[in-house]
Ligand binder design. Sequence first.
Ligand SMILES: Nc1nc2c(c(=O)[nH]1)N[C@H]1C(S)=C(S)[C@@H](COP(=O)(O)OP(=O)(O)OC[C@H]3O[C@@H](n4cnc5c(=O)[nH]c(N)nc54)[C@H](O)[C@@H]3O)O[C@H]1N2
Ligand SMILES: Nc1nc2c(c(=O)[nH]1)N[C@H]1C(S)=C(S)[C@@H](COP(=O)(O)OP(=O)(O)OC[C@H]3O[C@@H](n4cnc5c(=O)[nH]c(N)nc54)[C@H](O)[C@@H]3O)O[C@H]1N2
Ligand code: SF4
Ligand SMILES: [Mo]
Length: 728
Amino acid sequence: MSQEVITYCRICEPFCGMVATVENRKLVSLRPDKEHPLSQGFACPKGIAYTQVQNDPDRVLYPLKRQPDGRFTRVSWDEAMADITERLRRIHRKHGGDGIAVYGGNPAALNYSHALWMNVFLKALGIRHFFGPGTQDTNSRFVASHLLYGSLFTVPVPDIDAAELVVILGANPAVSHGSLVNMPRMMDKLHAVTERGGRVLVIDPRRTETAREFEWQPIVPDADAWLLLSLLHVLFAEGLADQRALATQATGARALRELTAAFPPEDTAALTGIPAGVVRDLARQLSQKRAVVYSRLGTCLGSSPTLANFLLDAVNLVSGNLDRPGGWVFGNPPIPLQKIVAPLMSYGKWHSRIGSFPEVMGMEPAANMAAEITTPGKGQVRALIVSAGNPVLSTPGGGKLAEVLDQLELMVSIDLYQNETNAHADYILPGVAMYEREDFPIFSMGLYVQPFMQATPAVVPPAGEARHEWMVYEELARSVLPETLRNAVSQVREKGLGPTPRLMLDSLIRLGYAGDRWGLRREGLNLDTLLQRHPHGLKLAERPTTGQLHNVVRHRDRKVHLDHPEIREEVRRLQARRPDPDYPLYLIGLRELRSENSWMHNPPALRAARPPHAARIHPDDAAALGLLNRGRVRLVSPWGAIELPVLVTDEVSQGVVAVPHGWGHKGQGGWANANRDGGVSVNDLMGTRPSALDPLSGMSHLFGVRIRAEHVPAEPESHAVAALEAGA
Ligand SMILES: Nc1nc2c(c(=O)[nH]1)N[C@H]1C(S)=C(S)[C@@H](COP(=O)(O)OP(=O)(O)OC[C@H]3O[C@@H](n4cnc5c(=O)[nH]c(N)nc54)[C@H](O)[C@@H]3O)O[C@H]1N2
Ligand SMILES: Nc1nc2c(c(=O)[nH]1)N[C@H]1C(S)=C(S)[C@@H](COP(=O)(O)OP(=O)(O)OC[C@H]3O[C@@H](n4cnc5c(=O)[nH]c(N)nc54)[C@H](O)[C@@H]3O)O[C@H]1N2
Ligand code: SF4
Ligand SMILES: [Mo]
């Protein structure tokens, strides 16, 4: 019997609407949902190919236990959990929460029940060593928001629908489909800007898939802070600053003006590679138009990422585009999001044992993981839980992390696959795949430009013995309770009582402005009525809410704070940067349409059209180094070296090498196709020393890393090349 279920995709942030075809409780296909109010029939190849993840013969469907020879064998849940909880209890008793670490990966953040109960586990055990992709992704953005708005989670989004000028500074929505903004069909919205006579300018060291469709301005990697300082300089010096905005929205404008006075674009042009005239003209246009500067990883993964994000918002504010139509606006979440994030929203409440970095939402730098495992003393990590993550490939120095994971007394992973990280675990527990769970994107509710909400039912039951991550975390949390309390909690649970993620979610929906307040608002919604009445999702407004700055800013004076000693110090650090003649090239990242970080490499449907892993190098650099298209290159940084095929292309600027991350499958993982396509891990070139990280956010430095390239004598790999050229 065939049945269609309306749902949405949760691989990346737009959450495109999907229609799932289910036969005999099995997912047989996915197609884009034409009736979805935002994605309107759009889905990318990854979303469609998820059927092959759901039904992947390489998926982990039963708890696996690692044997002394490194192979995994199937065990029962009872056997696995009995051993895990016993060992966890012992470690917790001896070392406290400080002896235990959690790494919660990217898909955990896109699964509300997983994210919520992981935090319950952290709190219950008093765990401080919490790691995740945040320090390779968002935390610099969050710390900038903390300084500016007094709240880590106040993140502006671009109102592209009403903009006349959109500047994309280090994001590639044609491939990534937008990030820290939930905007399905972002490319269509950008095209609409130019169709209305507006302008889209992409400032990026690579002529990206997005840049090819609009105007491209190359920039030297890791130079965004210089550019933004110069834009501010021009805005102030030429009298273009929006005085009304400065007076009503901000404090510290004079200090910012003084700070930026030393950076006329004529002085920074050599550092950014952008002519002064271009910068001056851009500043004028930003001040005259409904305009927005949007960014993502390009400004988050450089060596001054908090500074860059701070300056970016300052440019939007000073040019009169913050909280204004067509500008850099704030979401209007239909659930009381601040309530749920408030307990998570700490900054600098404690500092990491290694490097003394301020925690950001309870998170320490992932770059510290290996050192936290190997450095003796109080707080040494003895047990590690990794759920939905692959830090061996996704964090700096991941190769070295892999070498020390075996020193742990206990390592447990909850995942869909055996990957390069959990190949070192004592147990791999099968988590549920996304269409096996009811879901609602709680944490993204503030990132919709137009307020929107959609819930999905579980489309199919969990395959094999897959179990919800939140249930695993709860059982782990219970294991450290004294026996009588543990038994009492178990009894409550057996009766179906006690808090659940679903109960929390339902309450949040009911309390929100579209909620039913438990019957007080007749037309209002709860989780069940949202599922029943609005399966395709519900748009709550046509336009974003502007003019709400005073509500979203958490500083007591309700103003954006533009003057901070930390930021002045960061500008000094920027000015102290010196080039290193041993490492004349810049390494940047690259995302691929048919890959998701370190996974989605197994589905055959994505493999077929995906070019092999390779380094993009400019023709002039290739010629100078004697590198041949299809040949091999050795990339060397102060921290490591990798070898991989070369793709000679002028899509990268001269002096820039671009390599996708998330590769380096060497057969430790159980994903056979991914292993076949292999690649190398670019993160083996990245630094983990405290001096390599952003002091304000603990962010890893992954873009604009200084390297050199060396010719490797080898026969060109002809089959690889044909595929490369076809895909490039
Ligand atoms: N297909 C696909 N989609 C994805 C993902 C994926 O792996 N594959 N990952 C998802 C995730 S987890 C995230 S966080 C988002 C990320 O979303 P984006 O940030 O939009 O994705 P990136 O492709 O990393 O874009 C960063 C851009 O910054 C540029 N860049 C590098 N260095 C600099 C610099 O110094 N200055 C400037 N101005 N630009 C620079 C790069 O060339 C690149 O074009 O994508 C999500 N979507
Ligand atoms: N050099 C460099 N490094 C980077 C980046 C970069 O641009 N350049 N980008 C960074 C960014 S933005 C991110 S987000 C990180 C990602 O880094 P991570 O979060 O560490 O890893 P992922 O590659 O996303 O791997 C996700 C894992 O979760 C599993 N998984 C998928 N769905 C589920 C599920 O529903 N349940 C469970 N239990 N498991 C699931 C997958 O099988 C996979 O093993 O990488 C970061 N690292
Ligand atoms: S862009 Fe692709 S992967 Fe991301 S949510 Fe949409 S369909 Fe899923
Ligand atoms: Mo990410």
